[in-house]
Design a protein around this ligand. Structure first.
Ligand code: AP5
Length: 216
């Protein structure tokens, strides 16, 4: 099964993708994580996209389509993918359909995570992750069980994203409204779009997503 999690920055796409990955063994394909890894490694791609990401703009369709095209060709994706952060434009959505069809695959569910924009700045500016295993935390909504120690791997090092500041969040929200939200009708017309309440608790959002995956 291949699914897309769609929603503005901070909607909880990454949080829910990781839960699904653990529970169902599907693979999370986060284009944001892929780009951040390229930036951290200082690759030519990373150098090209760093400034744009820091400003909250979208990376070009050509780059993103080729990045995801390479990734979905890997054997582990045959188990099913959770697309987190892709597609983000109509061109990306159309290219994804084409790439999947060439491999005899398709998108089964598109899950829109509906959230109140006012809550997103708080969610994003309070977010941090384990520097070792990438587990996500939040200053208020998800603290480690033992202060300063990752629940998953025990590391004591945490990092915050450079684009998680109020100014950049505004630019990222504008990019979502102007370039990403317009792809919702593309999937609505195909009859595969469902909406969940992204403002509910993490557990409740998971329950709603699972209901969609189970055909309810
Ligand atoms: P990307 O990394 O995809 O960032 P994003 O879409 O802005 O999404 P986020 O990772 O900020 O949010 P999320 O929805 O995953 O929320 P999370 O689960 O962490 O992209 C970064 C950049 O890369 C883009 O700006 C662009 O430049 C570039 N890029 C990437 N893909 C691209 C593409 N396809 N085309 C062009 N450019 C691309 O949750 C947030 C916080 O809230 C966490 O702390 C979490 O603990 C908390 N939280 C989650 N759920 C809940 C809940 N239900 N209740 C309370 N708190 C919650």
């Amino acid at each position: 099964m291949n699914i897309i999690l769609l929603g503005p920055p901070g909607a909880g796409k990454g949080t829910q993708a990781k839960i699904l990955e653990r529970k169902y063994g599907m693979i999370q394909l986060s284009t944001g994580d892929m780009l951040r890894a390229a930036v951290a490694a200082g690759t030519p791609l990373g150098r090209k996209v760093k400034e744009l990401m820091d400003s909250g703009g979208l990376v070009s369709d050509d780059i993103m389509i080729s990045l995801i095209g390479e990734r979905i060709s890997q054997p582990d994706c045959a188990r099913g993918c959770i697309l987190d952060g892709f597609p983000r434009t109509t061109a990306q959505a159309e290219a994804l359909d084409k790439m999947l069809a060439e491999r005899g695959l398709k998108i089964d569910h598109v899950i829109e995570m509906k959230v109140d924009e006012d809550a997103l700045v708080k969610r994003i500016t309070g977010r941090y992750t384990c520097a070792k295993c990438g587990e996500g935390y939040h200053d208020e909504f998800k603290r480690p069980k033992k202060e300063g120690v990752c629940d998953v791997c025990g590391s004591t090092e945490f990092v915050r994203r450079p684009d998680d500041n109020p100014e950049t969040v505004k630019a990222r929200l504008a990019a979502y409204r102007e370039q990403t939200a317009p792809i919702l009708p593309f999937y609505r017309e195909k009859g595969i779009l469902r909406t969940v309440d992204g403002m509910a608790s993490m557990e409740e959002v998971s329950r709603q997503i699972e209901a969609v995956l189970n055909g309810n």
